[in-house]
Design a protein around this ligand. Structure first.
Ligand code: FE2
Length: 341
């Protein structure tokens, strides 16, 4: 009997101790800042019983944190809204490869990581939006044309410290080369309606307020404005139309970026983390993204939300997405050199 009590006590104590390997949770370091993520994690928790802990911060802070924590990092997964930061994490040795065909088969091959370190969750285009009152659609054509004098004092865009702009500039470096891109940036800065400030939504609101006529923003923000509960935001969304640049014959297509996920090198809850990656890749989770955050699904069979469908289909710039990371330093150099604050 004594022996039985002894074993029973050991089992009881063991079951109360935190056990990293078999714990029923996952830890995510995430840069995403949209309400849809909470819906995804709640649905995943209900389905699997695995608790999802999220630490939110900007991508640079999270990368630094993982680097400092080293092998002891509690992070299982890293999520960003910019492929440049995913490339950087892979380059720094923070991730392990994820090579599950069952996931990749559901993804447009153009969106995959050639190095195998990250998995795209959604994609988005950085588009031009224009005032319905002061710009005609046929005046617009390409990103390159934003350097045209006709836009002097009319163009709105956020600051160059933002990763979305850095990715766009990196794509121009990849497509046009540094010299052309530097000239382009100089002329674009000369066309600014004001010094860069605010986020993408603020640029759209500024068009509605007559402070400028066109802006460079991520596509889904128009969906978020139009579906907002605030009248001011709905009105801002209604004041503009979406234009996908570089769609003409022989042109490369509109710039896209992905929001993606990576498995960390020492993921303490690796099995659970893989389950979440697979879950976020399901048709159900992909539909949850498109219908709540107005992003595009990585699964070609999942249609965008109706608001987004109304903008029509578009051709995507086919550059290797990792080039949006490898060209990042050059992009930042061009921003600094051309006075894009
Ligand atoms: Fe965003």
């Amino acid at each position: 009997m004594k022996k039985f009590i002894y074993i029973f006590t050991i089992l009881l104590v063991a079951s109360c101790m935190p056990n990293k390997k078999n714990s029923n949770e996952i830890n995510i370091y995430s840069q995403r800042h949209y309400n849809v993520d909470e819906i995804q994690y709640e649905n995943f928790e209900k389905l699997t019983g695995i608790k999802v802990n999220v630490t939110k911060a900007n991508a640079d802070e999270l990368i630094q944190r993982m680097k400092n924590e080293g092998n002891n990092s509690p992070a299982d997964l890293f999520i960003t809204v910019d492929v440049g930061k995913l490339w950087q994490g892979g380059e720094m040795g923070l991730f392990q490869k994820f090579e599950d065909e069952s996931v990749f088969n559901n993804i447009d091959p153009q969106l995959l990581d050639n190095n195998g370190y990250w998995v795209p969750l959604t994609y988005r285009s950085r588009v031009i939006v224009y005032s319905n009152e002061r710009v005609e659609k046929n005046e617009l054509s390409t990103y390159e044309d934003l350097s045209n004098d006709k836009w002097k004092g009319r163009l709105l865009v956020r600051s160059s410290s933002n990763a979305y702009n850095q990715a766009l500039m990196s794509s121009l470096v990849e497509n046009l080369g540094s010299e052309e891109t530097t000239k382009w940036s100089e002329s674009v800065v000369a066309n600014f309606a004001r010094n860069p400030k605010g986020n993408d939504r603020d640029q759209v609101k500024a068009i509605a307020a007559g402070q400028g006529d066109l802006a460079i923003v991520n596509s889904y923000y128009i969906g978020l404005l139009l579906s907002s509960e605030k009248e001011e935001e709905i009105n801002a969304g209604k004041a503009v139309s979406v234009f996908f640049p570089n769609q003409g014959e022989g042109e490369r297509g509109a710039h896209i970026n992905v929001s993606g996920i990576a498995l960390t090198k020492n993921a303490p809850n690796k099995e659970n983390a893989i389950k979440l990656i697979k879950y976020l890749n399901t048709v159900k989770a992909q539909e949850t993204y498109v219908n709540n955050s107005y992003e595009y699904s990585v699964n070609p069979n999942v249609k965008p939300d109706e608001i987004v469908q109304a903008w029509g289909e578009f051709k995507k710039d086919p550059v290797d997405l990792n080039s949006l990371g490898t060209n990042r330093n050059e992009a930042i150099r061009i921003f600094d050199k051309t006075g894009w604050k």
